[in-house]
Design a protein around this ligand. Structure first.
Ligand SMILES: Nc1nc2c(ncn2[C@@H]2O[C@H](COP(=O)(O)OP(=O)(O)OP(=O)(O)O)[C@@H](O)[C@H]2O)c(=O)[nH]1
Ligand SMILES: [Mg+2]
Length: 199
């Protein structure tokens, strides 16, 4: 009886999840993360050098989730730095710029890079991918339309979101509903006290 009472009083351990960002340089990965974590937008381009790391907390019912975000540089030059960070990833922001066909066509090579780094024993099956069609605010400059992006994502079993780090469109939903709830759905033990693989 007493042991049970003590157990009930113990604060529940925060669940930790690991999320990475992937996509060509300048598509807006860092701005999406900044918009979500700091609710602001920086118009000036500041290329990520290697990797940026940050952690943000999300409350899902009575449970605190610590979302550890590794924001990767998209420039090919940083390949050697990026490849260390793919393992144990649970959620991926896979970002392209709707004004750049090249960034959309590069999505497959980003998946290939991740697959290659995880090696023959790694698997993408339990990873949650949120494809972000970013910069939807840019209006007439758009060259990749929604149906094309959505088809690419859904044919691979990925979630698709139209986002703008500038206006904030889609960002909150993509993170909360797409990434965090998506990950909790695939973690063994879910949000009922099981530990993330990363702990
Ligand atoms: N109009 C518009 N511009 C954006 C949006 N998101 C990002 N940008 C701009 O695009 C440029 C690149 O943004 P970043 O977030 O630094 O791009 P990144 O993908 O992190 O680039 P790397 O770190 O080099 O891989 C910056 O000038 C941003 O202000 C958006 O939703 N709309
Ligand atoms: Mg960046």
């Amino acid at each position: 009886m007493e042991a049970n009472a003590a157990k009930r009083k113990e604060p529940r351990k925060a669940l930790r999840v690991k999320v990475i960002s992937m996509g060509n340089a300048e598509v807006g990965k860092s701005c999406i993360i900044k918009r979500y974590c700091e609710k602001r937008f920086v118009p000036k381009y500041l290329a990520t050098i290697g990797i940026d790391y940050g952690v943000t907390k999300v409350q899902i019912r009575d449970r605190e989730i610590k979302v550890n975000i590794f924001d990767m540089a998209g420039h090919p030059f940083f390949y050697e730095v990026r490849n260390e960070f793919y393992k144990d990833t649970q959620g991926v922001l896979l970002v392209y710029d709707v004004g750049s066909k090249e960034s959309f066509e590069a999505l497959d090579s980003w998946l290939a890079e991740m697959r290659r780094e995880l090696g023959p024993h790694g698997s993408l099956d339990s990873v949650v991918f949120a494809v972000c069609a970013n910069k939807v605010d840019a209006g007439k400059l758009r060259v990749v339309d929604e149906s094309e992006g959505r088809l690419w994502a859904e044919s691979r079993g990925f979630l698709y979101w139209e986002t703008s780090a500038q206006s904030g469109e889609g960002i909150q939903e993509m993170f909360q509903v797409g990434i965090v709830l998506g990950i909790l759905g695939v973690i063994p033990g879910g949000n009922s006290g099981g530990c993330s693989r990363w702990e």
